[in-house]
Design a protein around this ligand. Structure first.
Ligand code: DX5
Ligand code: ZN
Length: 223
């Protein structure tokens, strides 16, 4: 596994041939499959659920599947995603009344757990649960759609979270989601991210490997 993870968001893939798309993007060098779950309630869009996650596992996908829940409530569906083969399950703290309990539930189901922060969501949700988190996901767009522009305030926020992680001494991934492209991934890395979701930047291009390679060479320059 690479130190920097490229996590293509299948939101921008061709759903009519999803298995093939995931195979191709993994073959092109992706580390993780980013799986966006939307409910037309927490966010204004509707996507895919545990059945599709399970279908990808049955299709033969062995890479980690990073399930990003943009749904409310979250607890009822978490065991279903765990059974369907999710590796990471992340949720927005606003979508759970009992954040600590939800993090424990994800772990009890055998998955890694994470919290997701919308651009305007304060970081205080981290204060008492750092030891129960495997991943922190910062949104650099308002969730709901692919193809939006990176919101620059995510950069100082990344630096702040990077410091919190380093100060804690814990092993926590720092993921960024929204508007990540070849031309900004370097400064995003420099701000502290180690896991990079990219949907439209990858799936809108004919050659996934060319995009992922270009992202990796930008990442190398940031180190
Ligand atoms: C947005 C999703 C993202 C989205 C990113 O709500 O969480 O994962 O697919 O898409 P791009 O990379 O196109 O901004
Ligand atoms: Zn996402």
């Amino acid at each position: 596994m690479n130190e920097n993870w490229i996590a293509p968001s299948i939101l921008s893939a061709n759903f009519a041939k999803l298995g093939e798309e995931v195979d191709n993007v993994l073959k092109a060098g992706a580390d993780v499959v980013h799986f966006d779950v939307m409910d037309n309630h927490f966010v204004p869009n509707l996507t895919i659920g545990p059945l599709v996650c399970e279908a990808l596992r049955k299709h033969g996908v062995t890479a980690p599947i990073d399930v990003h829940l943009m749904i409310e409530p979250v607890d009822r569906i978490i065991p279903d995603f765990a059974k369907a083969g999710a590796s990471y399950i992340t949720f927005h703290p606003e979508a759970s009344i009992h954040v600590d309990r939800t993090l424990q539930l994800i772990h009890d189901c055998g998955c890694k757990a994470g919290l997701v922060f919308n651009p305007s969501t304060p970081l205080h949700y981290l204060d008492y649960v750092m030891d129960k988190i495997d991943m922190i996901l910062l949104m650099s767009v308002n969730p709901g759609f692919g193809g939006q522009s990176f919101i620059p305030s995510a950069l100082p926020k990344l630096r702040e979270v990077r410091k919190r992680i380093d100060d804690s001494g814990l092993n926590i991934r720092l993921e960024i989601d929204g508007g990540v492209k070849v031309d900004n991934i370097r400064e995003i890395k420099a701000a502290g991210a180690d896991t990079f979701v990219a949907g439209s930047a990858i799936f809108s291009q004919p050659d996934y490997k060319a995009v992922i390679d270009a992202m990796r060479s930008e990442l190398a320059k940031a180190e």
